[in-house]
Ligand binder design. Structure first.
Ligand code: MG
Length: 387
């Protein structure tokens, strides 16, 4: 008992406004035909591809490039899809319990579960057609565009491929249909025409047929790994001098201490590092460019206000913060008791979950300018994503 896949791959890209066969177009780094072949490789014993003669070399190159493990043959496509499938069916010697799956190569988004459901239904009942319940309302219209009737949605299904049958039965019925001049847009219609019972299985909404350029664009979005396309990372670093007669403000929180930090604004070294990390991740420069020291409106300003403005700059550029991690390097004062309120202060300003914001503090074992208490420094790293 073997399972053979016949793939109709002869369609031109007329609705895509391209002369190239759409199955040869790349989709997220791999051609449509290659994706379709690989989807079935683990489930079938042989693949038969019905193709246009002008696509032969290009399709063969894709077969060689693909990671399929089963044999794959090419047969000439026909004038219609039905004829192409028939050419494939005629090229196989069918045993009575052999299964055929017929698939449109343009449905390269087919999922493994759908393929398994179709094959399983074929083994048990002799047929399996993926079907998805209709979500839109359908009407019958006449040639003038006037509605002549409504179709109850509960009994309407969108039919997909792969469609599975007993191979010898589909060959017999398809030959009869060809002789009688019966033409259909899918194989289950041919079986119905011959009075055969056809059973549906659950299809998948994601198993779209790539027809228009919009279909390609949405498929590309689904298939592109989020990691490279959407996420960016940034780092920030800042230092301020410790002086007398200034407040110490870190992460928007005023910390009681005999000294403070010198600066044009409130000298919140931790928030300055964070803002630089956020702007850096978006390649939007640094805080000096957006909030210059020379501008009197920023004199003494709370850096929490600048942090909110930074988040708005990112938002306007199509980014949102995923998470941030800040390290404050200070010999004194002890910052540990203030960490929770610092995280809350930042997450409030950014309207995000405190879980996304980490604040840590460390000393330098009295080494360096932080250790000598000449200054406090801060480092920040953050991840942002495309919105
Ligand atoms: Mg600064």
């Amino acid at each position: 008992m073997k399972t053979v896949l016949i793939m109709a791959a002869g369609g031109s890209g007329s609705r895509m406004k391209t002369d190239i066969n759409k199955i040869l177009l790349p989709l997220a780094g791999k051609t449509v035909i290659c994706r379709s072949l690989e989807a079935f490789s683990a489930h079938v014993d042989e693949i038969v591809l019905a193709i246009r003669p002008e696509d032969r070399n290009a399709v063969q190159a894709e077969i060689d490039l693909s990671r399929i493990t089963c044999p794959c043959r090419l047969v000439p496509g026909g004038a219609t899809r039905q004829e192409s499938v028939l050419n494939g069916l005629k090229s196989v010697s069918w045993d009575p319990d052999d299964i055929v799956l017929v698939h449109d190569a343009a449905r390269c988004m087919v999922d493994q579960d759908t393929i398994v459901r179709v094959i399983d239904s074929c083994r048990r009942f002799g047929s399996g057609i993926p079907a998805v319940p209709a979500v839109s309302t359908f009407k019958l219209c006449n040639a003038e565009g006037i509605i002549t009737g409504s179709v109850p949605r509960s009994s309407l299904f969108e039919i997909q491929t792969p469609q599975g049958f007993i191979g010898s039965e589909l060959l017999r019925v398809s030959l009869k249909a060809m002789e009688s001049g019966y033409e259909a847009t899918d194989d289950s219609s041919v079986m119905e025409w011959a009075g055969m019972k056809v059973r549906t299985v659950a299809g998948s909404v994601g198993n779209i047929k790539l027809t228009t350029m919009e279909d390609f664009m949405s498929a590309e979005r689904i298939l592109t790994p989020a990691s490279s396309a959407c996420f960016r990372i940034g780092t920030g670093y800042d230092v301020h001098r410790i002086v007398e007669n200034r407040k110490l403000v870190l992460c928007g929180v005023e910390i009681p201490w005999e000294f403070g930090l010198l600066g044009h604004s409130d000298a919140d070294v931790a928030l300055h590092a964070l803002m630089d990390a956020m702007l850096g991740a978006a390649a939007l420069g640094d805080i000096g460019r957006h909030f210059p020291d020379s501008d009197p409106q920023y004199k003494g300003i709370s850096s929490l206000i600048l942090l909110k403005k930074t988040a708005e700059i990112l938002q306007r550029s199509g980014y949102a913060l995923v998470n941030a991690d800040i390290t404050i390097i200070a010999q004194r004062p002890k910052l540990l008791p203030y960490i929770p309120v610092m995280r809350k202060s930042i997450s409030d300003a950014l309207s995000c979950d405190p879980d996304r914001i980490s604040v840590k503090a460390t000393t330098t074992e009295q080494l360096g300018f932080e250790g000598r208490m000449e200054g406090i420094s801060a480092q920040a790293v953050c991840l942002i994503c495309k919105t």
